[in-house]
Design a protein around this ligand. Structure first.
Ligand code: NAD
Ligand code: TYD
Length: 342
């Protein structure tokens, strides 16, 4: 039996679909608090078909974790507060879930004899890098709340490995794109805004760089780490699909046949990391090979939102619209004209 914590969120739900399609694991249990970012819509068909079980619970609450984790062989932890812009509005849930939750979960896993665990972390724990790539041996220098809390969570996992012999390893993945990503994140926000003929809000100059990994490549890496990762092992997961935010926006507009005049350059995010990049040699040495290049990752992600309007209309809930107003309204009304001609 495997427990997928945060399995109703973006990457966790894709991992559940991946497990069902690619492995013979008999029992899959999703433990998720169902915050604003989690939705049973993301795992609707396996839930309806009885292929998975769902428990609503919080990884930072001992009783929720204890009752779910008994008789469990493996844990993959996706549960987290994951959005940098929300961390600027309120850091508390980030500290609560990403640090305390990781600690409670790791302790319970060790006490209940869990055999294997992967804790899903992020490349953002290293901080930004203008040139070159981060290796796992380098120090962590997170520059804002979300990655700082993720770095804290990693320390809780490593402490349980040392103190209790927990067989857990940690993955540090780059930016994911793909189905079921909450519309607060860059790609689904840009695609759904374009489909609604709304402006696409680009922070600062749009020259920041991210390595865009298709979520299914991340899922296959996590599965390999679960099967073959060393206890206490750290594994960068990157795909060399780097592009600027502006490139991604232009690509989206072109694919959707929408005008460049939808681009808006707005006031930058505070503490916006310019570039992330990781060296994934160690992960590749475990036998991992990503399948999606940049165009394939972008196009299949964009097309999914075009085909699944029911999903993103539901995700762009009242909560989302209130959040959108708070973060974007003033900046959009102050925004200058497009940097490039339409
Ligand atoms: P997400 O925000 O889409 O999903 C998070 C899920 O966790 C939601 O279903 C939410 O309900 C659940 N959750 C939140 N707090 C919880 C709690 N206290 N107890 C139980 N469940 C809780 O996030 P995501 O983008 O799918 O990211 C998943 C993991 O992968 C995170 O740990 C994130 O740090 C990491 N990660 C994300 C990316 C990315 O590009 N999105 C890249 C690398 C690593
Ligand atoms: P995001 O999806 O929030 O991921 P992360 O902050 O973890 O990298 O943002 C990806 C990039 O897109 C990042 O450089 C910030 C930028 N961005 C915008 O320019 N405008 C937006 O409205 C959002 C949400 C992000």
């Amino acid at each position: 039996m495997i427990i997928v914590t945060g399995g109703a969120g973006f990457i966790g739900s894709n991992y559940v679909h991946y497990l069902l399609a690619s492995t013979n694991i008999e029992r899959i249990v999703v433990l998720d608090k169902l915050t604003y970012a989690g939705s049973l819509d993301n795992i609707r068909s396996p839930l309806t078909n009885g292929q998975i079980e769902f428990i609503q619970g919080d990884i930072s609450v001992e009783e929720d974790v204890e009752s779910a984790i008994r008789h469990c062989d493996a844990v993959v932890n996706f549960a987290a507060e994951s959005h940098n812009d929300r961390a600027l509005l309120d850091p508390s849930p980030f500290i609560e879930t990403n640090v305390k939750g990781a600690g409670i979960l790791a302790y319970a896993a060790a006490q209940n004899g869990v055999k294997r665990m992967v804790h899903v972390s992020t490349d953002e724990v290293y901080g930004e890098i203008r040139e070159g790539s981060f290796h796992e041996s380098l120090a962590l220098r997170p520059r804002s709340t979300y990655p700082a809390a993720k770095a804290g969570g990693e320390m809780m996992i490593l402490a349980a490995v040392e103190s209790f012999g927990l067989e857990a390893c940690i993955t540090r993945g780059v930016n994911n794109i793909g189905p079921y990503q909450h519309p607060e994140k860059a790609l689904p926000l840009f695609v759904t805004n374009a489909l609604l003929d709304m402006p696409l809000p680009i922070y600062g100059t749009g020259q920041q760089v991210r390595d865009r990994m298709h979520v299914l490549d991340h899922c296959s890496a996590i599965q390999i780490a679960l099967e073959r990762g060393e206890p206490g092992g750290l594994y960068n997961v990157g795909v060399d699909n780097e592009c600027t935010n502006e490139y991604m926006v232009d690509h989206i507009l072109q694919r959707l046949n929408k005008p460049k005049s939808l681009k808006r350059y707005i006031e930058d995010r505070t503490g916006h990391d310019f570039r992330y990049s990781v060296d994934s040699t160690r992960m590749r040495e475990l036998g991992w090979e990503p399948q999606y290049d940049l165009n394939a990752a972008l196009n299949s992600s964009i097309d999914w939102y075009v085909k699944n309007e029911w999903w993103w209309r539901e995700a762009r809930s009242e909560e989302f619209e209130n959040y959108y107003k708070e973060v974007y309204q003033d900046r959009l009304s102050q925004a200058g004209q497009d940097h490039t001609p339409a």
